[in-house]
Ligand binder design. Structure first.
Ligand SMILES: Cc1ncc(COP(=O)(O)O)c(C=O)c1O
Length: 380
Protein backbone atom coordinates (compact mmCIF):
# COMPACT_ATOMS: atom_id res chain seq x y z
CA UNK A 1 0.00 0.00 0.00
CA UNK A 2 1.20 3.50 -0.80
CA UNK A 3 1.70 5.36 2.49
CA UNK A 4 -0.37 8.25 1.16
CA UNK A 5 -3.34 5.86 0.90
CA UNK A 6 -3.44 5.52 4.68
CA UNK A 7 -6.54 7.03 6.28
CA UNK A 8 -5.70 8.91 9.46
CA UNK A 9 -8.79 9.72 11.49
CA UNK A 10 -8.60 13.45 12.17
CA UNK A 11 -12.04 13.81 13.74
CA UNK A 12 -11.87 15.16 17.27
CA UNK A 13 -8.23 16.20 16.88
CA UNK A 14 -8.90 19.94 16.76
CA UNK A 15 -8.36 20.09 13.01
CA UNK A 16 -9.85 23.24 11.47
CA UNK A 17 -10.57 21.31 8.30
CA UNK A 18 -12.46 18.49 10.04
CA UNK A 19 -14.09 20.38 12.93
CA UNK A 20 -16.19 22.46 10.53
CA UNK A 21 -18.30 19.37 9.85
CA UNK A 22 -17.92 17.63 13.22
CA UNK A 23 -20.66 15.06 13.75
CA UNK A 24 -21.85 15.33 10.13
CA UNK A 25 -21.19 12.95 7.27
CA UNK A 26 -19.46 15.61 5.16
CA UNK A 27 -16.00 15.01 3.71
CA UNK A 28 -14.01 18.22 4.16
CA UNK A 29 -12.06 19.12 1.01
CA UNK A 30 -11.74 22.82 1.72
CA UNK A 31 -8.96 24.57 3.69
CA UNK A 32 -5.42 23.95 2.39
CA UNK A 33 -3.99 21.28 4.60
CA UNK A 34 -3.53 17.69 3.53
CA UNK A 35 -4.86 14.52 5.17
CA UNK A 36 -1.41 12.91 4.91
CA UNK A 37 1.06 12.29 7.73
CA UNK A 38 3.76 14.90 7.97
CA UNK A 39 7.04 13.32 6.74
CA UNK A 40 8.77 11.09 9.30
CA UNK A 41 12.01 13.11 9.01
CA UNK A 42 10.11 16.16 10.22
CA UNK A 43 8.25 14.36 13.00
CA UNK A 44 11.52 12.81 14.22
CA UNK A 45 13.17 16.23 14.41
CA UNK A 46 10.26 17.58 16.43
CA UNK A 47 10.41 14.55 18.76
CA UNK A 48 14.13 15.11 19.30
CA UNK A 49 13.44 18.72 20.19
CA UNK A 50 10.78 17.61 22.70
CA UNK A 51 13.36 15.34 24.31
CA UNK A 52 15.30 18.46 25.20
CA UNK A 53 12.38 19.12 27.62
CA UNK A 54 12.58 22.92 27.63
CA UNK A 55 10.35 24.91 25.28
CA UNK A 56 12.00 28.31 25.73
CA UNK A 57 12.10 31.30 23.40
CA UNK A 58 14.04 30.34 20.28
CA UNK A 59 16.29 32.30 17.96
CA UNK A 60 16.51 30.88 14.46
CA UNK A 61 19.70 28.82 14.39
CA UNK A 62 22.16 29.45 11.55
CA UNK A 63 21.65 25.85 10.40
CA UNK A 64 17.91 26.51 9.99
CA UNK A 65 18.43 29.44 7.67
CA UNK A 66 21.23 27.53 5.90
CA UNK A 67 18.87 24.63 5.12
CA UNK A 68 16.49 27.00 3.32
CA UNK A 69 19.32 28.81 1.55
CA UNK A 70 20.67 25.50 0.21
CA UNK A 71 17.22 24.41 -0.94
CA UNK A 72 16.54 27.69 -2.74
CA UNK A 73 19.83 27.54 -4.56
CA UNK A 74 19.49 23.89 -5.50
CA UNK A 75 15.81 23.84 -6.45
CA UNK A 76 15.19 27.37 -7.65
CA UNK A 77 18.58 28.73 -8.64
CA UNK A 78 18.26 31.60 -6.20
CA UNK A 79 21.28 32.60 -4.12
CA UNK A 80 20.13 34.21 -0.88
CA UNK A 81 21.95 35.47 2.19
CA UNK A 82 21.12 34.82 5.87
CA UNK A 83 20.68 38.51 6.65
CA UNK A 84 17.85 38.76 4.09
CA UNK A 85 15.64 36.41 6.14
CA UNK A 86 12.90 37.49 8.53
CA UNK A 87 11.29 34.58 10.34
CA UNK A 88 7.54 34.79 10.81
CA UNK A 89 4.63 32.87 12.33
CA UNK A 90 2.86 32.79 8.96
CA UNK A 91 2.62 34.15 5.47
CA UNK A 92 -0.71 35.87 6.07
CA UNK A 93 0.67 38.20 8.79
CA UNK A 94 3.40 39.11 6.29
CA UNK A 95 0.78 40.20 3.72
CA UNK A 96 -0.64 42.55 6.33
CA UNK A 97 2.82 43.81 7.30
CA UNK A 98 3.71 44.48 3.64
CA UNK A 99 0.52 46.50 3.13
CA UNK A 100 1.30 48.66 6.15
CA UNK A 101 5.01 48.95 5.45
CA UNK A 102 4.82 49.91 1.77
CA UNK A 103 1.49 51.70 1.35
CA UNK A 104 0.16 54.81 3.00
CA UNK A 105 -3.36 54.61 4.47
CA UNK A 106 -5.90 54.55 1.65
CA UNK A 107 -3.38 53.58 -1.04
CA UNK A 108 -4.09 50.56 -3.21
CA UNK A 109 -2.39 47.22 -3.70
CA UNK A 110 -2.76 45.41 -7.01
CA UNK A 111 -4.27 41.95 -6.65
CA UNK A 112 -5.46 39.30 -9.10
CA UNK A 113 -8.77 37.66 -8.26
CA UNK A 114 -9.93 35.04 -7.85
CA UNK A 115 -7.31 34.82 -5.15
CA UNK A 116 -6.60 33.35 -1.71
CA UNK A 117 -9.05 35.27 0.54
CA UNK A 118 -6.52 37.18 2.73
CA UNK A 119 -5.30 39.01 -0.40
CA UNK A 120 -8.80 40.50 -0.54
CA UNK A 121 -9.43 41.08 3.17
CA UNK A 122 -5.94 42.24 4.24
CA UNK A 123 -6.00 45.61 2.43
CA UNK A 124 -9.24 46.62 4.13
CA UNK A 125 -8.17 45.30 7.54
CA UNK A 126 -4.91 47.25 7.16
CA UNK A 127 -6.65 50.53 6.31
CA UNK A 128 -5.51 50.21 2.70
CA UNK A 129 -7.42 49.41 -0.47
CA UNK A 130 -6.95 47.19 -3.51
CA UNK A 131 -7.39 47.30 -7.24
CA UNK A 132 -8.19 44.00 -8.85
CA UNK A 133 -6.74 43.00 -12.20
CA UNK A 134 -8.68 39.76 -12.54
CA UNK A 135 -7.63 36.61 -14.33
CA UNK A 136 -9.28 36.24 -17.74
CA UNK A 137 -9.80 33.00 -19.58
CA UNK A 138 -7.74 33.05 -22.77
CA UNK A 139 -7.45 29.87 -24.82
CA UNK A 140 -8.82 27.91 -21.86
CA UNK A 141 -6.10 29.22 -19.52
CA UNK A 142 -6.33 31.77 -16.74
CA UNK A 143 -4.18 34.74 -17.71
CA UNK A 144 -3.75 38.40 -16.87
CA UNK A 145 -4.53 41.06 -19.43
CA UNK A 146 -1.38 43.09 -20.04
CA UNK A 147 -3.22 46.35 -20.80
CA UNK A 148 -5.43 46.10 -17.70
CA UNK A 149 -2.35 45.31 -15.63
CA UNK A 150 -0.38 48.28 -16.95
CA UNK A 151 -3.32 50.60 -16.37
CA UNK A 152 -3.91 49.49 -12.75
CA UNK A 153 -0.20 49.69 -11.94
CA UNK A 154 -0.31 53.47 -12.32
CA UNK A 155 -2.26 53.74 -9.06
CA UNK A 156 -0.88 50.76 -7.11
CA UNK A 157 2.58 51.09 -5.52
CA UNK A 158 2.45 47.48 -4.31
CA UNK A 159 1.61 44.23 -6.11
CA UNK A 160 0.46 41.37 -3.91
CA UNK A 161 1.38 38.55 -6.24
CA UNK A 162 0.41 34.94 -5.60
CA UNK A 163 2.85 32.71 -7.50
CA UNK A 164 2.07 29.86 -8.11
CA UNK A 165 -1.48 31.08 -7.99
CA UNK A 166 -4.09 29.86 -5.55
CA UNK A 167 -6.84 29.02 -6.59
CA UNK A 168 -6.42 28.96 -10.38
CA UNK A 169 -3.29 26.79 -10.11
CA UNK A 170 -1.23 28.78 -12.60
CA UNK A 171 2.54 28.72 -12.61
CA UNK A 172 3.57 31.92 -14.33
CA UNK A 173 5.88 31.52 -17.32
CA UNK A 174 9.04 33.58 -17.67
CA UNK A 175 7.33 35.60 -20.42
CA UNK A 176 4.38 36.41 -18.15
CA UNK A 177 6.64 37.43 -15.28
CA UNK A 178 8.84 39.52 -17.54
CA UNK A 179 5.77 41.32 -18.86
CA UNK A 180 4.83 42.14 -15.27
CA UNK A 181 8.42 43.11 -14.46
CA UNK A 182 8.38 45.83 -17.12
CA UNK A 183 5.34 47.33 -15.47
CA UNK A 184 6.74 47.00 -11.93
CA UNK A 185 9.88 48.84 -12.98
CA UNK A 186 8.08 51.50 -15.01
CA UNK A 187 5.88 52.31 -12.03
CA UNK A 188 8.51 51.91 -9.31
CA UNK A 189 6.45 49.23 -7.56
CA UNK A 190 7.24 46.93 -4.66
CA UNK A 191 6.30 43.29 -5.23
CA UNK A 192 5.19 41.13 -2.35
CA UNK A 193 5.49 37.68 -3.92
CA UNK A 194 3.71 34.93 -1.99
CA UNK A 195 5.45 31.78 -3.19
CA UNK A 196 4.19 29.44 -0.50
CA UNK A 197 3.19 26.88 -3.18
CA UNK A 198 6.48 27.08 -5.15
CA UNK A 199 7.58 23.53 -4.32
CA UNK A 200 4.25 21.98 -5.28
CA UNK A 201 4.57 22.24 -9.06
CA UNK A 202 2.85 19.17 -10.52
CA UNK A 203 3.43 19.87 -14.19
CA UNK A 204 7.14 19.46 -14.86
CA UNK A 205 6.76 21.45 -18.09
CA UNK A 206 6.01 24.61 -16.14
CA UNK A 207 8.77 25.05 -13.54
CA UNK A 208 8.32 27.71 -10.92
CA UNK A 209 10.34 30.87 -11.42
CA UNK A 210 11.14 32.77 -8.24
CA UNK A 211 10.09 36.37 -8.94
CA UNK A 212 13.26 37.76 -7.38
CA UNK A 213 15.43 35.80 -9.84
CA UNK A 214 14.11 37.72 -12.85
CA UNK A 215 16.85 40.36 -12.52
CA UNK A 216 18.84 42.18 -9.83
CA UNK A 217 16.52 45.20 -10.24
CA UNK A 218 13.47 43.07 -9.54
CA UNK A 219 15.19 41.28 -6.65
CA UNK A 220 15.84 44.66 -5.04
CA UNK A 221 12.13 45.52 -5.02
CA UNK A 222 10.73 42.13 -4.03
CA UNK A 223 9.60 40.73 -0.70
CA UNK A 224 9.40 36.95 -1.14
CA UNK A 225 7.19 34.98 1.22
CA UNK A 226 7.68 31.24 1.65
CA UNK A 227 7.05 28.52 4.21
CA UNK A 228 7.40 24.77 4.64
CA UNK A 229 3.75 24.61 5.70
CA UNK A 230 1.95 23.63 2.47
CA UNK A 231 4.74 21.54 0.97
CA UNK A 232 5.40 19.30 3.99
CA UNK A 233 2.00 19.62 5.62
CA UNK A 234 3.02 21.51 8.76
CA UNK A 235 0.72 24.58 8.65
CA UNK A 236 -0.19 24.14 12.32
CA UNK A 237 3.44 24.75 13.28
CA UNK A 238 3.08 28.38 12.17
CA UNK A 239 6.52 29.00 10.69
CA UNK A 240 7.25 31.05 7.58
CA UNK A 241 9.83 33.52 6.36
CA UNK A 242 10.19 36.65 4.29
CA UNK A 243 13.30 37.12 2.17
CA UNK A 244 14.03 40.80 1.57
CA UNK A 245 17.35 41.51 -0.16
CA UNK A 246 16.99 45.30 -0.11
CA UNK A 247 18.04 46.77 3.25
CA UNK A 248 15.58 49.68 3.04
CA UNK A 249 12.57 47.48 2.32
CA UNK A 250 13.73 45.07 5.01
CA UNK A 251 13.97 47.78 7.65
CA UNK A 252 10.47 49.05 6.86
CA UNK A 253 9.12 45.52 7.13
CA UNK A 254 10.93 44.88 10.44
CA UNK A 255 9.78 48.15 11.98
CA UNK A 256 6.17 47.42 11.01
CA UNK A 257 6.03 43.95 12.51
CA UNK A 258 8.10 44.63 15.63
CA UNK A 259 6.18 43.90 18.83
CA UNK A 260 3.00 42.94 16.97
CA UNK A 261 3.85 39.84 14.99
CA UNK A 262 5.21 37.09 17.24
CA UNK A 263 8.39 35.17 16.53
CA UNK A 264 7.99 31.67 15.09
CA UNK A 265 7.90 28.86 17.59
CA UNK A 266 10.68 26.50 18.60
CA UNK A 267 9.10 23.36 17.12
CA UNK A 268 8.22 25.08 13.85
CA UNK A 269 11.80 26.15 13.28
CA UNK A 270 13.08 22.65 13.92
CA UNK A 271 10.45 21.18 11.59
CA UNK A 272 11.33 23.74 8.95
CA UNK A 273 15.00 22.81 8.95
CA UNK A 274 14.27 19.09 8.77
CA UNK A 275 11.80 19.60 5.92
CA UNK A 276 14.15 21.63 3.71
CA UNK A 277 17.17 19.52 4.60
CA UNK A 278 15.71 16.02 4.42
CA UNK A 279 12.19 16.35 2.97
CA UNK A 280 13.05 16.16 -0.74
CA UNK A 281 12.42 12.43 -1.31
CA UNK A 282 9.09 12.57 0.54
CA UNK A 283 8.07 15.57 -1.54
CA UNK A 284 8.80 13.69 -4.77
CA UNK A 285 6.56 10.85 -3.61
CA UNK A 286 3.87 13.30 -2.54
CA UNK A 287 3.84 14.98 -5.95
CA UNK A 288 3.55 11.61 -7.69
CA UNK A 289 0.58 10.76 -5.51
CA UNK A 290 -1.04 14.17 -6.07
CA UNK A 291 -0.60 13.75 -9.84
CA UNK A 292 -2.39 10.40 -9.55
CA UNK A 293 -5.24 12.04 -7.65
CA UNK A 294 -5.39 14.84 -10.18
CA UNK A 295 -5.50 12.46 -13.17
CA UNK A 296 -8.30 10.52 -11.54
CA UNK A 297 -10.22 13.68 -10.68
CA UNK A 298 -9.81 15.35 -14.09
CA UNK A 299 -11.02 12.20 -15.82
CA UNK A 300 -13.97 11.92 -13.44
CA UNK A 301 -15.01 15.50 -14.12
CA UNK A 302 -14.69 15.06 -17.89
CA UNK A 303 -16.75 11.88 -18.01
CA UNK A 304 -19.18 12.13 -15.10
CA UNK A 305 -19.50 15.83 -14.20
CA UNK A 306 -19.73 17.66 -17.55
CA UNK A 307 -21.90 20.38 -16.00
CA UNK A 308 -18.89 21.53 -13.96
CA UNK A 309 -15.77 23.09 -15.45
CA UNK A 310 -12.49 22.34 -13.72
CA UNK A 311 -9.00 23.58 -14.64
CA UNK A 312 -6.04 21.28 -14.20
CA UNK A 313 -3.73 23.14 -11.79
CA UNK A 314 -0.07 23.36 -12.79
CA UNK A 315 0.80 23.52 -9.08
CA UNK A 316 -0.81 23.11 -5.64
CA UNK A 317 -3.20 20.42 -4.42
CA UNK A 318 -6.13 22.76 -5.04
CA UNK A 319 -8.34 22.98 -8.11
CA UNK A 320 -10.82 25.59 -9.22
CA UNK A 321 -14.32 24.67 -10.35
CA UNK A 322 -16.96 26.71 -12.17
CA UNK A 323 -20.36 25.52 -10.89
CA UNK A 324 -22.52 28.21 -12.44
CA UNK A 325 -24.15 25.87 -14.98
CA UNK A 326 -25.51 23.80 -12.10
CA UNK A 327 -28.17 26.44 -11.50
CA UNK A 328 -28.11 26.43 -7.70
CA UNK A 329 -28.01 29.53 -5.51
CA UNK A 330 -25.19 28.21 -3.33
CA UNK A 331 -23.03 25.47 -4.84
CA UNK A 332 -21.22 25.14 -1.50
CA UNK A 333 -24.45 24.35 0.37
CA UNK A 334 -25.69 22.12 -2.42
CA UNK A 335 -22.57 19.91 -2.29
CA UNK A 336 -22.58 19.98 1.51
CA UNK A 337 -26.09 18.57 1.46
CA UNK A 338 -24.66 15.63 -0.53
CA UNK A 339 -21.76 15.17 1.90
CA UNK A 340 -18.85 17.15 0.41
CA UNK A 341 -17.43 20.33 1.97
CA UNK A 342 -15.72 22.54 -0.63
CA UNK A 343 -14.29 26.04 -0.33
CA UNK A 344 -16.71 28.86 -1.16
CA UNK A 345 -15.73 30.75 -4.33
CA UNK A 346 -17.29 34.03 -3.13
CA UNK A 347 -14.48 34.28 -0.55
CA UNK A 348 -12.05 34.39 -3.50
CA UNK A 349 -14.21 37.08 -5.17
CA UNK A 350 -15.84 34.52 -7.48
CA UNK A 351 -19.40 33.53 -6.52
CA UNK A 352 -20.60 30.39 -8.31
CA UNK A 353 -17.14 28.79 -8.12
CA UNK A 354 -15.70 26.33 -5.61
CA UNK A 355 -12.21 25.19 -4.73
CA UNK A 356 -11.48 21.53 -4.10
CA UNK A 357 -8.52 20.27 -2.04
CA UNK A 358 -7.34 16.94 -3.46
CA UNK A 359 -4.55 16.49 -0.91
CA UNK A 360 -6.15 13.43 0.63
CA UNK A 361 -6.02 9.64 0.32
CA UNK A 362 -7.35 8.45 -3.05
CA UNK A 363 -10.25 6.60 -1.42
CA UNK A 364 -11.46 9.82 0.24
CA UNK A 365 -11.27 11.65 -3.07
CA UNK A 366 -13.08 8.87 -4.92
CA UNK A 367 -15.88 8.86 -2.33
CA UNK A 368 -16.16 12.66 -2.48
CA UNK A 369 -16.36 12.63 -6.28
CA UNK A 370 -19.12 10.01 -6.25
CA UNK A 371 -21.04 12.16 -3.78
CA UNK A 372 -20.52 15.15 -6.07
CA UNK A 373 -21.90 13.12 -8.96
CA UNK A 374 -25.09 12.46 -6.96
CA UNK A 375 -25.33 16.20 -6.23
CA UNK A 376 -25.00 17.01 -9.93
CA UNK A 377 -27.45 14.26 -10.94
CA UNK A 378 -30.04 15.76 -8.58
CA UNK A 379 -30.02 18.88 -10.77
CA UNK A 380 -30.18 17.11 -14.17
C1 LIG B 1 -1.27 31.62 -1.27
C2 LIG B 1 -1.28 31.35 0.20
N1 LIG B 1 -0.65 32.16 1.06
C3 LIG B 1 -0.64 31.94 2.38
C4 LIG B 1 -1.29 30.84 2.92
C5 LIG B 1 -1.30 30.61 4.41
O1 LIG B 1 -0.11 30.94 4.96
P1 LIG B 1 0.12 30.87 6.55
O2 LIG B 1 -0.64 29.71 7.07
O3 LIG B 1 1.60 30.73 6.65
O4 LIG B 1 -0.35 32.20 7.09
C6 LIG B 1 -1.96 29.97 2.07
C7 LIG B 1 -2.70 28.83 2.62
O5 LIG B 1 -3.42 28.16 1.99
C8 LIG B 1 -1.95 30.21 0.69
O6 LIG B 1 -2.58 29.39 -0.16
Amino acid sequence: MNSFDRIIDRSGTGSMKWERYAGKDILPLWVADMDFATPAVVLDAVRRELDHEIMGYPVPRPSQTAAVIEWLEKKHGWKTRPEWFIWLPGVVPALHVALRAYLKPGEKALINAPVYPPFITAPDLSGRDYRDVPFRLKDGRWQLDAAEFADAAKETPLHLLCSPHNPVGRVFSRAELEEMAKVWLANDMVICSDEIHCDLVLNEKTPHIVTATLSPEIEARTVTLMAPSKTWNVPGLCTAFAIIPDAGLRLKFQRTLKGIVPDPNVLGLVACEAAYRHGGPWLDELKDYLRGNLDYMMNFFAVRLPELTIWRPEATYLAWIDCRKLGVASPKEHFESFGVGLHEGALFNAPGYLRINFGCPRSTLVEALHRMEKAVEAKR
